[in-house]
Design a protein around this ligand. Structure first.
Ligand SMILES: C[S@@+](CC[C@H](N)C(=O)[O-])C[C@H]1O[C@@H](n2cnc3c(N)ncnc32)[C@H](O)[C@@H]1O
Length: 245
C-alpha cells in the first residue's frame, strides 16, 4: 500500500515552515507511545483527515466539547501570548486564535508532523499564529501569559505526564497561568464512568492514571503553585488552573 506513505510525505513537506529545517524535524522524534498506541488516531493520514472535525471531538467528549473549549478560551485575554501544547481536532485552534486576537500571539506545537500540517491548514494563514513541531515536554520559552494542555496528559505515560507538566509550568511568565483540561475521576453515580472504563482498558492505557492522581501530583514542586480545579460532567472532566504562589 503506497498511498499512506506518499500522503505522509506530502503532509510532512506541507508541515515544514520556512523557519524549520529537515534537521529540526528529525530531532523531534515521534514518541513510541504515539506510534504504538495512537497511530490510528493521530498519525495515519486517512484517519487524521476523517477525524479532524469538531463533531468528532464532540462525540468523543459526550457532547461536552464546546463547553470544555469555552472553559479554556475564557481563561485567555486578547493580546496575550499563549502556548497550545498539542494540536486538537476540529475548530478549537481557530477559537484560540480568535481569543488571543490580532494583537496577541498563539504558539501551537505538536510532536507529529501530520498534525502540524493540519494545524497549518486551519490557522497557518493568521498573523498571530505560529506553528511548529516540538515536544510538549519542552524546553519552551518562559514568557507565556498562558500555557494550555487540552486532553494531552491522558494520552501520555506517567513519566511523560511529569515532564510535560513541569515544562509547561516553567513556560509561564510571572503573573501568568497554566491551564490543564483533561479527564478526571468520574463519580460512581455517573454512568459514563463505566463506558470510559471499558474504552480506557482497550484504547487509552495512560488515561486512568488521571482517575487516581491529581494533576498537581505530576509537578516536581507542587507547593510552589496555587492549584484551582473545577470538575465537569460528574467528574468525567476537569479544568485545573495553576498560578505561581
Ligand atoms: C491533544 S491530544 C488529544 C486531543 C483530542 N483528543 C482531539 O480531539 O484532538 C492529541 C495530540 O497530542 C499530540 N501529542 C502527543 N504527545 C505529544 C507530545 N509529547 N508533545 C506534543 N504533542 C503531543 C498528538 O500528536 C496529537 O496531535
Amino acid at each position: 500500500m503506497n498511498f499512506p506513505v506518499v500522503a505522509k510525505e506530502i503532509n510532512l513537506a506541507e508541515s515544514l515552515g520556512a523557519q524549520q529545517s529537515n534537521a529540526s524535524i528529525a530531532e523531534t522524534a515521534v514518541p513510541s507511545y504515539l506510534s504504538e498506541v495512537y497511530d490510528w488516531a493521530y498519525l495515519n493520514p486517512r484517519n487524521v483527515a476523517l477525524l479532524d472535525r469538531t463533531l468528532v471531538v464532540d462525540v468523543l467528549l459526550f457532547g461536552n466539547a464546546r463547553r470544555l473549549m469555552r472553559a479554556a478560551t475564557n481563561e485567555i485575554k486578547p493580546g496575550q501570548k499563549v502556548l497550545m501544547a498539542a494540536h486538537v481536532y476540529g475548530d478549537f485552534v481557530n477559537k484560540l486564535a480568535n481569543a488571543v486576537g490580532p494583537t496577541g500571539h498563539l504558539d501551537i506545537i505538536d510532536v507529529a508532523p501530520i498534525q502540524i500540517a493540519h494545524a497549518r491548514q486551519k490557522v497557518g494563514h493568521l498573523p498571530q499564529v505560529s506553528i511548529r513541531q516540538a515536544d510538549a515536554a519542552g524546553p519552551h520559552d518562559n514568557d507565556y501569559d498562558m500555557v494550555l494542555s487540552f486532553f494531552l496528559l491522558h494520552e501520555v505515560p506517567d513519566g511523560k505526564k511529569r515532564s510535560i507538566v513541569d515544562a509547561l509550568l516553567a513556560g509561564v511568565k510571572p503573573g501568568g497561568k497554566a491551564v490543564f483540561v483533561d479527564y478526571g475521576r468520574p463519580s460512581r453515580l455517573q454512568p459514563i464512568r463505566y463506558i470510559l472504563d471499558f474504552v480506557n482498558e482497550r484504547l487509552e492505557p495512560f488515561a486512568k492514571a488521571l482517575w487516581r492522581h491529581e494533576i498537581s501530583e505530576y509537578a516536581g514542586e507542587p507547593e510552589a503553585y496555587h492549584w484551582r480545579k473545577k470538575s465537569f460532567f460528574g467528574g468525567v472532566y476537569q479544568k485545573v488552573v495553576v498560578k505561581k504562589r
